[in-house]
Design a protein around this ligand. Structure first.
Ligand code: SF4
Ligand code: SF4
Length: 204
């Protein structure tokens, strides 16, 4: 699902994402995803808030609902996994230039966050995930993930990325026997992107 549009849902109230999660649950019960997306777009005036046209808003909401549904299907297996990794996208760092003090370690390959900014999403996610026993990678692209997972024998993976990257990694992880949970970006664009930290922390 490569998006041909940019979007920013970061100003949308958090309870809307609860509604999206509920719609994902209902999809798991064979409700129609298109109908649910349409209902949410109208109810929460997604087009007015984001400036997206109807077709792009439908694509986005359907994907978010679909990802929630797939997370739910795999959740039980995921909680049984022991060795886990969190993959974060480099595009969500607070700074994309030298103000970001993360050190790139080509042997991993991953940025290693140096916690220079308290309000950086990567910092928050990295600190929490380490406490929970995850290995954390801030990757420059999804292509690094396969090598990292293979080299470290992870059983469970949580991945934060745009929908396109999530879909590219999904089959690969399944083929490796890894159980994955996905946290989609709520603002895309490959720089200064955003994800829902609260939702991610719950997922971990
Ligand atoms: S907190 Fe980490 S990821 Fe964020 S800008 Fe600083 S070093 Fe970079
Ligand atoms: S928006 Fe997606 S494709 Fe672009 S850098 Fe971030 S995760 Fe990668």
């Amino acid at each position: 699902m490569p998006y041909k549009f940019t979007f920013d849902l970061s100003e949308i109230p958090r309870f809307v994402f609860t509604e999206i999660a509920k719609a994902g649950y209902q999809k798991g019960m064979h409700r129609k995803v298109g109908v649910a997306a349409d209902r949410l777009i109208r109810k929460f005036r997604i087009q007015e808030v984001t400036g997206l046209n109807l077709s792009d808003a439908v694509t986005l909401l359907e994907d978010l609902i679909d990802l929630q549904a797939r997370n739910l299907v795999k959740r039980e297996k995921f909680v049984q996994t022991k060795k886990r990794a969190l993959f974060l996208p480099h595009c969500s760092r607070k700074y994309m230039d030298s103000r970001c003090k993360a050190i790139f370690d080509p042997s991993m390959p991953s940025y290693v966050c140096q916690h220079c900014s308290n309000d950086c999403l990567i910092n928050k996610a990295d600190a929490f995930a380490h406490q929970k026993g995850y290995d954390v990678y801030v990757v420059p692209g999804g292509s690094c993930i396969q090598e990292i997972v293979k080299n470290n024998n992870y059983e469970g993976v949580v991945g934060v990325a745009c929908g396109e990257e999530i879909h590219l990694s999904e089959d690969m992880l399944e083929n490796l026997g890894v159980v994955a949970q996905a946290a989609p970006l709520i603002k895309n664009g490959c720089a200064n992107t955003a994800f829902n930290v609260e939702a991610l922390l719950k997922m971990l």
